[in-house]
Write a protein that binds this ligand. Structure first.
Ligand code: F6P
Length: 362
């Protein structure tokens, strides 16, 4: 009997999901002659017993394959909802669709839910990691992160010139509620002066001293501050503003604090990049990772594997036990990470102590 596999995208979308779908459908159809069904809106599709047949030829639009460079997900996705409360009906839906295996593309939260369902339903299941937060453990690459970093860097390029023209402090709020990979990597690559991430609490006094040093010591009249939405202030740091996160937003909060500690001497503007970071055409690297992951996931199913996640390790794609990934996720920035050290070596403030004597004597 022809194998019939399902594929779904779960959690927040990101660029590269369609490239994964394309790779899975192409490889499963051309190499193994399997039938591939797209499950719309993640577990909701299973619950409602909905599936869309995906064929290699169906994906081909007069010789131009649109999926490789299309952002978002043609299957739709959900990142909220009480999936576990509906577990029995989801399992029923999976059975009714007569699937012999499932490929789930998701971040650590979605993969944990799918793992739970898999355990109860005893499905053959392979996971593919995606997230702009880059916080899935045991893999050096995930689908979507590279494009998001590039999107932020592009924004920083633009903001730097307008900041320099007006001698302004530009605060750029990026995504990352609990992991700062996005802020850290984009901040370094985009030339930020200050990077605030959830893993390394910052002191507002030090942020202000750093801005002062930039001006007084180096003659830099503008500054770029990249702040993750979940950045944490050190307990002993001053908290002047009444503006409270999340209603006021981390970028706005930092702006108020800097305005206060600089006695309104700095001209500050805030840009919140928001869901712009999740959109756009996937980068070449994300397309490559998506394609390699999709191909590997199909091969793992063919080999009879289950409860594995495809992972990029030492330059190639390997399979790692999903339980092990979930145990170690979300993956946070290690405060002693070489990228943190690199940033500091270049004079970027990443929650480090500022040498007051330098700030005051120059
Ligand atoms: O988990 C990925 C992520 O992009 C986070 O960085 C961000 O906080 C969140 O999704 C936003 O989710 P939503 O689409 O629900 O606003």
């Amino acid at each position: 009997m022809q194998k019939r596999i399902g594929i779904l995208t779960s959690g927040g979308d990101c660029p590269g999901l369609n490239a994964v779908i394309r790779a899975v459908v192409s490889h499963a159809t051309l190499t193994y002659d399997w039938q591939v069904l797209g499950i719309p809106y993640a577990t909701r599709g299973l619950l409602e017993q909905k599936a869309i047949p995906l064929s290699f030829h169906g994906l081909d639009l007069r010789g131009i394959d649109p999926l490789l460079n299309m952002g978002g997900t043609i299957l739709g996705s959900i990142n909220k909802g009480d999936t576990l409360a509906q577990i029995d009906n989801i399992l029923k839906g999976y059975k009714a669709l007569e699937l012999s295996a499932l490929i789930g593309i998701g971040g650590d939260g979605s993969l944990a839910i799918l793992n739970e369902l898999q355990t109860k339903g005893d499905w053959q299941f392979i996971a593919i990691p995606k997230t702009i937060d880059n916080d899935v453990a045991l893999t050096e690459r995930v689908v979507g992160f590279d494009t998001a970093v590039n999107t932020i860097v592009d924004s920083l390029n633009r903001l730097t010139f307008t900041a320099a023209s007006h001698d302004r402090v530009m605060i750029v709020e990026v995504m990352g509620r609990s992991a700062g990979h996005l802020a850290l990597q984009a901040g370094i690559a985009g030339g930020a002066d200050i990077i605030l991430i959830p893993e390394i609490p910052y002191s507002i006094k030090d942020v202000c001293l750093h801005l002062q040093q930039l001006r007084d010591r180096w003659g830099r009249k503008f500054a770029i501050v990249v702040v993750a939405e979940g950045a944490k202030v050190a307990d002993d740091s001053c908290c002047y503003t009444s503006c409270q996160t999340p209603s006021c937003g981390m970028g706005q909060y930092i702006a108020e604090e800097i305005r206060n500690c600089s006695h309104n001497q700095l001209d500050i503007r805030v840009s919140v990049l928001g869901h712009i970071q999740r959109g756009g055409i996937p980068s070449a690297l994300d397309r490559l990772v998506a394609t390699a992951f999709g191909k590997a996931a199909v091969d793992l199913l063919a080999a009879g594997e289950t409860r594995k996640m495809v992972a990029w390790r030492n330059g190639k794609v390997e399979a790692v036990p999903l339980e092990m990934v979930l145990d170690r996720s979300p993956l946070h920035v290690d405060p002693n990470d070489y990228l943190v050290q690199t940033a500091r070596a270049l004079g970027i403030y990443v929650g480090n102590k500022v040498d007051v004597s330098v700030a005051l004597t120059s």
